[in-house]
Write a protein that binds this ligand. Structure first.
Ligand code: DAT
Ligand code: MG
Length: 132
């Protein structure tokens, strides 16, 4: 059994998409095994997005991800990391097809509604950051 870290970002929470997003992972067959609502501070944002701190878009990403409450979740199931990424869709919502969360609800690459871990190793690291 694999687990992955999924987070509904501040835009998804503000737009009232928590139920919609959770329902999609449930219908995929994944199991919600932990959940926590919080507002990310700068330190946690730097840790979570450590691979991106030197990128040109990081300042915008930092300001966005700390701008309001998020829903942090652990989802479990066979191939959970890739299954969840398929439900979420590509990073840029304009390139995400209909039927994916980002394809159905997103327009801009920063405000793309949901985060999903990109590998089992990233998932364990990110789950540790958010759930200890
Ligand atoms: P993903 O969230 O699909 O794993 P990522 O890890 O490459 O994508 O990037 C993390 C987040 O940073 C992404 O969800 C949105 C933002 N981002 C990525 N590339 C960007 C870009 N070129 N311009 C603006 N924001 C970007
Ligand atoms: Mg990523």
């Amino acid at each position: 059994m694999e687990r992955t870290f999924i987070m509904i970002k501040p835009d998804g929470v503000a737009r009232g998409l928590i139920g919609e997003v959770i329902g999609r992972f449930e219908r995929k067959g994944l199991t919600l095994t932990n959940l926590r609502m919080l507002t990310i501070d700068a330190e946690l944002a730097h840790n979570h997005y450590a691979e991106h701190v030197d990128k040109g878009f990081f300042k915008e990403l930092l300001s966005f991800i700390t701008s309001g409450p998020v829903v942090a979740m652990e989802w479990s199931g066979e191939g959970a990391v890739n299954a969840a990424r398929a439900v979420i869709g590509p990073t840029d919502p304009m390139k995400a097809g209909p039927g994916t969360i980002r394809g159905d609800y997103g327009l801009a690459v920063t405000q793309n509604i949901v985060h999903g871990s990109d590998s089992p190793e990233s998932a364990e690291r990110e789950l540790g950051l958010f759930f200890g």
